[in-house]
Design a protein. Structure first.
Length: 59
């Protein structure tokens, strides 16, 4: 699971990963190129972070 989120929704995305996978999530800052083309999962604003479960590929 990978969620691209804005600054406002990073906590919500981390909670979702913890609740669903019962593991600490990976948090990575999104590259500028990806950020411009990928909106936040919750509001559509520009994504700043990618939150993923530890078993998820971040590529």
């Amino acid at each position: 699971m990978k969620l691209y989120v804005c600054q406002e929704h990073v906590d919500k995305a981390m909670d979702v990963v913890v609740d669903e996978y019962e593991t600490f999530p990976r948090l990575e800052k999104v590259d500028e190129d990806i950020s411009l083309s990928t909106g936040c999962e919750y509001c559509g604003e520009r994504s700043v972070y990618m939150v993923a479960n530890t078993g998820s590929s971040t590529i």
